[in-house]
Design a protein around this ligand. Structure first.
Ligand SMILES: [Ca+2]
Length: 341
C-alpha cells in the first residue's frame, strides 16, 4: 500500500521534529490533523509490481493489464543449429503440479536463440580438443550412474562425458546428448561457444512455444501421436521396470523423437538440462529474496529425462523442475545453450 502523507510540501514527521520557531504548537496541531485527514483519503493500492529478473526477462506480481508484445524479428541468417524463440508473455509454473511449481506468475521474455537440441558428445569433444578442458568428473575420477540391478545411484570410477555409464559400458556415440557434465562444465562450454545457459523462465517460455501454451508438454498433452512416441522417458514403474516402448532405455541420439512446434528437440525427456539459475522457491523469486550462493546451492535443471515417469518424477512436463549442486555430474543431465538475438 502506498500512502501520501505530505501536506503543503512538508511531511507530517517534519512538523513533529522541525524547529519550534517555524510554527506555533497550535499551528502544528492543526497541520498534523490535516495531515492525518490526507493520510486517510490518499492511500492507493500498490501499482502492480514488476522487475527485471534478468536481462530480457521481466517478472510480474500480477497479470499485466496491458500486454505489449516485444518486436519479433528473426535474424536473416540463423546461427547453425539454433532456433529463433519469439518474445512474449508467458505464465511460468503450474497450479496442478508440484509445490515447487507454484505459484504461477506472469513474465515477459524478449526474443532469443536456442540450441535446436541438447549439446552432443561430438560438440563437447570439439570444445575439449580446442581448449584442453577437463570436466569435474574427470578431475574427481568418477561420476554418478544409476544401477539397474541394485536400483541405486553409485559413483563409478572412470565415468565421465565420454563414458557416461561407466567404462565397462563403452564410449558414448557423438550423436548422444553429452552428460556427466556439471553446471560448471556447462558454463565453460557455453562461454567457449559464445553462448550462455538459459534462464529457467526462458526455458519454459520456449517449452510453451513462446505462445504461453498450456499443454503438459511442448507438443501437446499426450506422449504419443498415433504410432510415434514424442519423448524419451521411462516406460513403466520406476525403478522396477522399463518396458522401453519408446525404444531407448537410456539416452537417445538428439532429435530422435522429432521437434516441438518451435522446432526444438527433446525439451521433454532424454536428459535434464542445466539452466543458469539457482533453484529457489517461486515465492522467493517473486519477492526478490537474495540468494546466498554456497557449495550447497542447487542449480535448476529442466525437461526431465529417460529416468522420469509420471508416478515417480513427471519432470518432462513444461513446468517440471529439478536441481543439483554446481559440481554434480550425472548420467541423465546435460544442457543446451541460448544466445541473445
Ligand atoms: Ca525411454
Amino acid at each position: 500500500m502506498v500512502c501520501t502523507h505530505t501536506v503543503f510540501g512538508l511531511s507530517a514527521s517534519s512538523y513533529l521534529v522541525g524547529p519550534p520557531f517555524l510554527v506555533s504548537m497550535r499551528t502544528s496541531l492543526i497541520i498534523l490533523a490535516l495531515s492525518s485527514f490526507t493520510l486517510l483519503f490518499s492511500c492507493q493500492p500498490d501499482p502492480p509490481k514488476q522487475f527485471d529478473y534478468a536481462p530480457g526477462v521481466t517478472v510480474f506480481e500480477f497479470e499485466p493489464t496491458t500486454k505489449t508484445a516485444p518486436v519479433n524479428q528473426p535474424p536473416v541468417i540463423l546461427p547453425d543449429g539454433m532456433v529463433y524463440v519469439p518474445g512474449g508473455y508467458t505464465q511460468i509454473g503450474s497450479e496442478t503440479g508440484l509445490d515447487q511449481e507454484k505459484p504461477v506468475f506472469w513474465t515477459l521474455v524478449k526474443p532469443f536463440l536456442m540450441d535446436q537440441h541438447e549439446v552432443t558428445v561430438g560438440q563437447f569433444r570439439e570444445f575439449t580438443k580446442a581448449t584442453g578442458f577437463k570436466t569435474e568428473a574427470e578431475k574427481f575420477g568418477d561420476a554418478g550412474v544409476f544401477d539397474d540391478k541394485t536400483k541405486e545411484w553409485n559413483l563409478i570410477k572412470g565415468t565421465n562425458w565420454q563414458y557416461p555409464y561407466g567404462p565397462a559400458a563403452g564410449p558414448a556415440p557423438d550423436t548422444m546428448p553429452v552428460t556427466q557434465v556439471s553446471w560448471n562444465d556447462a558454463q565453460a562450454y557455453a562461454k567457449w561457444a559464445g553462448k550462455r545457459l538459459p534462464h529457467e523462465i526462458e526455458w519454459e517460455h520456449a517449452a510453451r512455444n513462446a505462445t504461453n501454451s498450456q499443454t503438459l508438454y511442448p507438443f501437446g498433452d499426450e506422449l504419443t501421436a498415433g504410432e510415434k512416441t514424442l519423448a524419451n522417458t521411462w516406460n513403466g514403474h520406476f525403478p522396477d521396470y522399463d518396458a522401453v516402448t519408446d525404444g531407448y532405455h537410456r539416452a537417445a541420439p538428439v532429435g530422435t523423437f522429432g521437434t516441438s512446434p518451435l522446432g526444438l528437440a527433446d525439451l521433454s525427456g532424454n536428459v535434464w538440462e542445466w539452466c543458469e539459475d539457482p533453484k529457489v522457491p517461486y515465492l522467493d523469486l517473486l519477492n526478490q529474496t537474495p540468494v546466498n550462493i554456497t557449495e550447497q546451492t542447487e542449480r535448476v535443471q529442466r525437461g526431465g529425462s529417460f529416468l522420469c515417469e509420471p508416478g515417480w518424477c513427471h519432470g518432462y512436463r513444461v513446468s517440471g523442475r529439478s536441481g543439483s549442486t554446481a559440481e554434480t555430474s550425472l548420467m541423465h543431465v546435460g544442457f543446451r545453450c541460448v544466445k541473445d538475438v
